[in-house]
Design a protein around this ligand. Structure first.
Ligand SMILES: Cc1ncc(COP(=O)(O)O)c(C=O)c1O
Length: 382
């Protein structure tokens, strides 16, 4: 007997990385020394004081029960302080902050909370795959909007406004942008917020990279209005805590209450010791973030050298933990090129097509690997 999966699963594919990383693990089990420059999984550790806090908190006998759906008050306050200190944005920790288990789950919550079958969602091409998957799982349709180098990887809002937007309910934005590293400024955030207000669209900004190799971290609320914008943020990249699963929703209560309605039916709160350690992480000084960014910058210099020798084009102004690079014309299929580097040189890069058709001439190179590993990759490739 076989029980058929739900039809909603027809609309989502297995995450590219899930099957590619199986292939990588297969090579490793055959004894191949694969250098993974494909994924944005920080290899650097969290601050020692964060780990100490987790250990001490876990040893306290009173932390092991269920926790409030809204997170503990100390964590919401620490998140509000973080917004004030990092972005100069004031938020009410009682009503406008919701701790999440990573921003990925927030993408799903927002989609479940606001989308019905027949609704449409604006999703960036190229962009993070989670926005489209969550929309489809919620039964909505995806309308891709183009990002390209000529437009500095920013949406053409005037062109979008000439289209029929009546079914569009949410628009996903993500700056600093993954995979390109492009940034937006507060003027753009104000414009997109007005665009949302005029057209009845909730602007959902996903902001996990603002602290990585970036001199000017911005929130959508530097320009955008709480009336029709919400933001997701995350400690995964900014605090080297991807496996801890800590993120946050920031936005007006009128939207947050619907997110809680979904979330409270899915999980039963986050382990208190993790929340207390997250409080510690959120109080790390700017210098700590600066020191992490210096490591990434040094590694990017190595990657530039490698890309030069491959004849790739890239910008040195990209923010975040990736270098987005255009392959030379003589390489006609970037997926095959990435596969040949994986199988022949045992170096894994993410081909840009997986982030959308506008990425098909690009490779995304992660700097989440030690300098020596990147140097070794250079030796194998050059
Ligand atoms: C743009 C973007 N959004 C969200 C996520 C998910 O982050 P989190 O670990 O907070 O769920 C990622 C992770 O790679 C990402 O690149």
């Amino acid at each position: 007997m076989i029980v058929q999966p739900a039809r909603r699963l027809d609309s989502v594919e297995e995450y590219y990385f899930a099957h590619k990383l199986r292939e990588v693990r297969g090579l490793i089990s055959e004894g191949k020394d694969v250098i993974n420059l494909g994924i944005g999984n920080p290899d650097l550790p969290p601050s020692a004081q964060v780990i100490d806090r987790l250990r001490d908190a876990a040893a306290d006998g009173t932390v092991h029960g269920y926790q409030p759906y809204k997170g503990i008050a100390e964590l919401r306050q620490a998140m509000a302080n973080y917004y004030l200190n990092t972005y100069n944005v004031s938020v009410d920790p009682e009503r406008e902050i919701l701790p999440l288990m990573g921003s990925k789950e927030g993408i799903f919550h927002l989609s479940m909370a606001f989308l019905d079958p027949g609704d449409e969602v604006l999703v960036p091409n190229p962009g993070y795959l989670g926005y489209a998957s969550a929309a489809r799982l919620a039964g909505a349709s995806v309308r891709l909007y183009d990002l390209n180098e000529e437009n500095d990887w920013l949406p053409d809002l005037d062109a979008l406004e000439k289209t029929d937007l009546r079914r569009i309910k949410l628009m996903w934005l993500n700056y600093p942008h993954m995979p390109t590293g492009a940034v937006a400024n507060s003027r753009f955030f104000a414009r997109v917020s007005d665009f949302g207000a005029r057209n009845g669209i909730l602007i959902c900004h996903d902001n996990p990279y603002s602290q990585i190799d970036n001199n000017e971290p911005l929130s959508i609320f530097n320009g955008g209005s709480m009336n029709n914008c919400v933001e997701l943020n995350s400690l995964s990249k900014s605090h080297n805590m991807a496996g801890w699963r800590i993120g946050m929703y920031v936005g007006a209560e009128k939207y947050l209450k619907h997110v809680i309605a979904v979330k409270s039916n899915l999980d039963s709160g986050m382990f208190k010791a993790t929340q207390l350690a997250a409080v510690e992480a959120l109080t790390l000084p700017t210098d700590w973030h600066r020191s992490q960014s210096e490591v990434y910058r040094r590694r990017k210099d190595l990657v530039y050298h490698m890309l030069d020798s491959l004849g790739c084009r890239y910008s040195r102004d990209g923010v975040g933990m990736f270098v987005w690079s255009q392959v030379p014309d003589e390489i006609d299929n970037v997926e095959h090129f990435a596969d040949s580097l994986l199988h022949e040189k045992h170096v894994f890069f993410a081909p840009g097509f997986i982030f959308g058709s506008n990425g098909k001439r690009y490779l995304r190179v992660s700097v989440c690997a030690a300098d020596e590993r990147i140097e070794e990759a250079i030796n194998r490739i050059i």
